[in-house]
Write a protein that binds this ligand. Structure first.
Ligand code: FES
Length: 182
């Protein structure tokens, strides 16, 4: 008497399992990037907002050769949720030529409580009008009794030909440590 359930040969079963496993692996390979893209699309706040990125801020040839700081407005794209604004002022910095092809960038926000720091050509120094902090031309603290807990915040600079690029970051005020907040 023959068995009513026909047995599938062992080779056939192996081939079937191999194909099924390949299908599962292939499906996962497609699903992972698709899922990541979907998460990024659904959560635009997780994407860069324009702050904290590299911004072209000036022409090197436009900076005074004598090392006097020049105040520059940082303008870049800003993203807010799904809204994208192309040319938005993000803040201001001081640029100072320190050599033929070297530039120092200092944030214009006072590390004490966030007022804007002015530059005074005479004497060559920075001055915060809110609580009288003074800084040397390189941003270091001038007066040991200064209310500012740290020197002016330096920013990363990169030169590309005649273009000056700065990695624009905001920092927490009122503390000794330099802590980026965006
Ligand atoms: S905010 Fe600059 S000294 Fe206070």
């Amino acid at each position: 008497m023959s068995n009513p359930v026909e047995k599938v040969p062992a080779e056939g079963r192996r081939a079937f399992l191999k194909e099924a496993a390949a299908g599962v692996v292939g499906g996962c390979c497609l699903l992972v990037p698709a899922g990541a893209g979907l998460v990024a699309w659904l959560d635009p706040l997780s994407q860069p907002s324009g702050g904290g990125g590299w911004v072209r801020v000036a022409a090197l040839s436009a900076l005074p050769a004598d090392g006097a700081p020049r105040r520059v407005t940082v303008v870049s794209e800003r993203r807010d949720g799904w809204t994208r604004e192309p040319e938005v002022p993000l803040g201001a910095i001081y640029l100072r030529r320190t050599g033929e092809r070297s530039v120092q960038a200092l944030h214009s926000v006072c590390p004490h409580a966030g007022c804007f720091v002015d530059y005074r050509p005479e004497p060559r120094s920075f001055f915060c009008p809110c609580h009288d902090s003074t800084f040397a031309v390189d941003g270091s603290i001038n007066d040991p009794g200064s209310p500012s807990p740290r020197a002016m915040d330096g920013l990363e600079v990169e030169l590309k030909g005649d273009e000056v690029w700065v990695r624009f970051v905001q920092f927490r005020t009122g503390i000794k440590e330099k802590v980026a907040v965006s």
